[in-house]
Design a protein around this ligand. Structure first.
Ligand code: MN
Length: 205
């Protein structure tokens, strides 16, 4: 069965002023749709067409660049959309807040680490908050459309929050000012959804 482009759980203008409507619309209907279509084309008629996206990513390095890049693009953006929302000023709560404190010292320290990963990723890629072994959280970044579920990732874990730092994610509004986009991202991170992702990821371990 072919992978399907997920709908956004909010309107294209819902994340304004932090992420503008035009960027969101192009990003979803052109970029994410493109990864989805190319992934489906790359796996059509192969054994991968019957696998889950997670199973495909687990052996990404074995499937060739078309599958690696487009399976990554499909998965990464699906997580990106659902872990954002119009949640001005919200911070993590409950078990996730405790895990962030245990792993990084404080929410502020986590923010610093995540921001640094996003700002210093050279060229295109992603910054991630992941659940690693024993349920401990860590921050990492990956190039292109790679992610920490892939066998070829330098640090493996289950991503529960990702930030797209490709220029297509911010250039219309922020131009070269990636740090301003990274800062604005914290105003649209949907911590209640990230908490659910955290619970799911810790149950899997
Ligand atoms: Mn993107």
């Amino acid at each position: 069965m072919a992978f399907k482009l997920p709908d956004l759980p909010y309107a294209y203008d819902a994340l304004q002023p932090h992420i503008d409507k035009r960027t969101m619309k192009i990003h979803h209907t052109k970029h994410h749709a493109g990864y989805t279509n190319k992934l489906n084309a790359a796996i059509e008629g192969t054994d991968l067409a019957k696998k889950s996206i997670e199973d495909i990513l687990k052996k990404a390095s074995k499937h060739g660049d078309a599958v690696r890049n487009n399976a990554g693009g499909f998965y990464n953006h699906s997580l990106f959309w659902r872990t954002m929302g119009p949640n001005e000023g919200a911070e993590p709560k409950g078990k996730l807040a405790k895990a962030i404190k245990d792993s990084f010292g404080s929410y502020e320290k986590f923010k610093e680490k995540f921001s640094a990963a996003a700002k210093t990723r050279f060229g295109s890629g992603w910054a991630w908050l992941c659940v690693g072994r024993g349920g401990k959280l860590f921050v990492t970044s990956t190039p292109n459309q790679d992610n920490p579920l892939m066998d070829c990732a330098p640090k493996k874990g289950t991503p529960i929050l990702g930030l797209d730092v490709w220029e297509h994610a911010y250039y219309l509004k922020y131009q070269n000012k990636r740090p301003d986009y990274v800062e604005a991202f914290f105003s649209v991170a949907n911590w209640s959804v990230v908490s659910r992702e955290y619970t799911k990821a810790t149950k899997k371990k």
